[in-house]
Write a protein that binds this ligand. Structure first.
Ligand code: ZN
Length: 287
């Protein structure tokens, strides 16, 4: 059975209840991560998981509320490594390779000094040996790739397909992901306005993790309507794709008001008759 943990369910606006996007998904015994928004690594540990357990990270796009914790995740995964973990695979649209190089690239990465210090100073070498590593301690190798729509990754029991979605082009490219496996199918919309390629990607999925940022009246007629999905769009997408369940996420802070939250779910249900779930931080989504 898949396991899906919500690490971050909000927007760029920080609050005491939610912040930018991140999810952990276990399929076929393998953990993968979708987006790495602010504090995702901390919340991963708060949920009882370790950075070294994740071998695949997928970015939907490179707005900071989806990738700001990437340096922390990479450095934590390196710092906790004993040199025997699998190489980390990172997938995402344009800028994924550049961002990775700018974080940890040899001599050019903003944090390369940390790698140099931790692979040379006796303090760090002692800690590395103490937790089970064998010297010499090597810098991390990260397999980061800018990917295009299509089948982007496969495992023993799963396959992941990316599709283009419509968010803030031409400044950033955006992808939605679909995971198909013997255990079920899950789609992550990422950030997007309602669009046919997402509906097609999500066709018949067991679960759609869907951006639902605003009530319809707060969305229509604004710039948001060209870039993001409201309650009506989330309901129509879930309906048109024929998904079995929808998990609403990326809610703005207005929806913390219980009355507004109830209204939001009601607006989704005007169009979609299946189960509607509400994402919250550190929640494990029942399968
Ligand atoms: Zn975005």
């Amino acid at each position: 059975m898949p396991r899906l943990i919500v690490l971050g369910s909000g927007t760029p606006a920080p609050s005491n209840v939610r912040w930018g996007s991140s999810f952990m998904l276990q399929i076929g015994g393998e953990w993968m991560m979708f987006d790495c928004g602010p504090a995702a690594t901390y919340k991963m540990y708060a949920s009882g998981f370790k950075a070294t357990e994740v071998d695949h990270l997928f970015f939907t796009h490179h707005h900071s509320d989806h990738d700001a914790d990437y340096p922390c995740f990479l450095l934590s995964r390196f710092d906790m490594s004993i040199g025997k973990e699998n190489q980390l695979n990172v997938y995402g649209p344009t800028l994924t390779e550049q961002l990775t190089e700018r974080v940890l690239g040899e001599d050019v990465g903003a944090y390369w000094h940390d790698i140099v210090a931790r692979t040379n100073h006796p303090l760090s070498l002692e800690a590395y040996v103490h937790r089970g590593g064998t010297l010499p301690r090597r810098p991390p190798k990260i397999n980061a790739r800018d990917i295009k729509p299509g089948i982007v990754a496969t495992g023993n029991t799963w396959e992941i397909t990316a599709a283009p979605v419509e968010h803030v082009q031409p400044y950033l490219d955006s992808l939605a992901y679909r995971i198909d496996s013997d255990e079920g199918s899950i789609v992550f919309s990422g950030d997007t306005r309602p669009c046919q390629s997402l509906t097609d990607l999500a066709n018949g999925a067991d679960l759609l993790v869907m951006e639902c940022i605003k009530l319809h009246d707060d969305w229509k007629g604004t710039a948001s309507a060209n870039s993001e999905t409201d309650t009506w769009g989330a309901g129509k997408t879930a309906r048109d794709a024929g998904v079995k369940r929808v998990l609403l996420n990326h809610q703005n802070l207005v929806l913390e008001d219980p009355v507004k939250k109830t209204q939001a779910i009601h607006e989704v249900k005007q169009f979609y008759s299946g189960p509607v779930l509400w994402a919250d931080e550190l929640m494990e989504v029942p399968w």
